[in-house]
Design a protein around this ligand. Structure first.
Ligand code: BES
Ligand code: MN
Ligand code: ZN
Length: 488
């Protein structure tokens, strides 16, 4: 599917289908809307009169026009209230237009939406179009998308927007890489596959790559990370990919993603009804880290960025950690593993110690860390914790611009009480209450003075069903936030 932006206003456009976004106020059909309605043999006013189209968010109709019309179909998409119109309304309308156009076997689609700031508008629309068009047929033996395909979308009335469109393509490609890594099952994406993906990115984009093998990690004393990987037949891969700009970088940043390619729970095995069959997505942090690397390497900002994942599989075997084992992390701290299913934080502990040593300006980690965060915030909002209000505000601003949601959560020191161990420096699992907060407090033990943000993305990496901008399945969350943060 080709995406273009052209200055042509919607009244002059010709092609298979024209999609237009209307707010409640536009239902009066004055000015250009009246002219459009006229050209469409009043199909639009009729749909409004019958109540089929009411311009509410999520409401849309496909209207078949007369044979003599310059467009065969008119797609009207609801944008809700004019006062609350924002880039997210435009993203959802763009995604819905693509889905309806594909359903209606449209080949060429013109899309006319109100403009906010033009470059940002074009970027948001183009990214949403590309992501809505993405389907994953890698594991189907037959191509189910045979027949008419949507060949081209022309975004109308915003000018050519070359720079915005290429930014959108880079961001969407990174998001799709993350989606495909997350959606692939655990027998297709292993720590070795993640390392191979990093290798491919390094050679495609000229990035530096360091892969630490098990022995290298042993030398660095990464006992927490290696404890998690020790029951698996697949070796751990500690991935460290670096993008360096030409000249002196404006900032040096680190992104650390949890890369547990399958989380069985270990000997504290996940039981029936625990969602164990969905635990291929427990490398969502690593997937988004590599997706962001791809986008950033394409966009070439003047910022040095390190992409890290301590990739491992959390399995059971005769080599498995026993519940109660004591591990020593690479900063010398000892951990009593009172629950082998709290494995993500163990891998992140050593990854954060490694990240801290890079002497960066900021570290952001992202992890499908706790079911508790899903209980707290639901499936569409990630949790955000930070030791630095300024950095937290930066990441929140990036997320708002990217249309991804995070809620800032407390690093409530008093809650560390439940992580205290009688025998080691700490336990890896605290009280059930506030479980996503104690997980964040655990991570904090492995970060020093560097400004740090922890993102719990357990909910939003996966969409049960299509919603607004997301297709069902892996979402690629929060690649767009990460890229926006690095570029800002
Ligand atoms: N990978 C899970 C968290 C998770 C749960 C992600 C559901 C996505 C959906 C994590 O490793 C885990 O098992 N966490 C435990 C922690 C508990 C043992 C303290 C949890 O959330 O139950
Ligand atoms: Mn687990
Ligand atoms: Zn996990």
């Amino acid at each position: 599917m080709q995406i273009e932006a052209i200055e042509t206003p919607c009244l002059d456009w010709t092609g298979d289908a024209l999609a237009v976004g209307l707010t409640h106020a536009d239902l009066e059909l004055t000015g250009d809307w009246a002219a459009l309605d006229e050209r469409c043999d009043r199909a639009l006013s009729e749909a409004i009169a019958t109540g089929e189209f009411d311009a509410k968010t999520g409401n849309a109709v496909v209207l078949r026009l007369g044979r003599t019309s310059a467009v065969r179909k008119l797609i009207a998409v609801g944008l809700g209230d004019r006062d609350t119109l924002d880039l997210n309304s435009l993203r959802a309308a763009s995604a819905s237009s693509v889905r309806l156009a594909k359903n209606a076997k449209v080949k060429t689609l013109g899309l006319s939406l109100p403009s906010l700031e033009t470059a940002a508008t074009a970027q948001a629309i183009a990214t949403a179009l590309r992501l809505a068009d993405h389907t994953d047929n890698r594991f189907k033996s037959e191509d189910e998308t045979k027949g008419v395909t949507l060949e081209a979308v022309q975004i109308l009335g915003l000018g050519e927007q070359t720079a915005a469109l290429s930014r959108a393509e880079a961001i969407a490609a990174g998001t799709i890489l993350a989606r495909e890594l997350v959606a692939a099952p655990a027998n297709a994406v292993t720590p070795e596959t993640l390392a191979a993906t990093a290798q491919q990115l390094a050679s495609d984009y000229g990035l530096q790559l360091e892969i630490l093998e098990r022995e290298d990690c042993e030398k660095l004393g990464m006992g927490a990370y290696l404890g998690v990987s020790q029951a698996s037949d697949i070796p751990p891969k500690f991935i460290h990919l670096t993008y360096k700009p030409e000249g002196t970088p404006r900032r040096k940043l680190v992104i650390v993603g949890k890369g547990v390619t399958f989380d069985s729970g270990g000997l504290n095995i996940k039981g029936a009804g625990s969602g164990i069959e969905t635990m291929k997505m427990d490398m969502g942090g690593a997937g988004a880290t590599l997706g962001a690397a791809r986008a950033i390497a394409t966009l070439q900002p003047d910022v040095e960025v390190h992409f890290i994942s301590a990739a491992a599989e959390n399995m059971i075997s005769g080599h498995a950690m026993h519940p109660g084992d004591i591990l020593t992390a690479s900063n010398g701290k000892t951990i009593e593993v009172n629950n082998t299913d709290a494995e993500g934080r163990l891998t992140l502990a050593d990854a954060l110690v490694f990240a801290e040593k890079l002497g960066a300006d900021a570290i952001v980690d992202l992890a499908t860390l706790t079911g508790a965060c899903i209980v707290a915030l639901g499936n569409n909002i990630g949790g955000l914790w930070s030791n630095n209000d300024h950095l937290a505000a930066e990441v929140q601003a990036a997320a708002a611009a990217a249309g991804e949601k995070f809620w800032t959560m407390p690093l409530e020191e008093a809650y560390f009480e439940s992580l205290k161990s009688p025998i080691a420096d700490m336990k890896n699992t605290g009280a059930r209450a506030g479980g996503s907060i104690t997980a964040a407090l655990f991570l904090k033990q492995f970060v020093g003075e560097t400004p740090w943000v922890h993102l719990d993305i357990a909910g939003p990496v996966w969409a049960e069903k299509e919603d607004g901008v997301n297709n069902a399945g892996a979402t690629g969350f929060p690649v767009q936030t990460l890229v926006q943060w690095v570029l800002a």
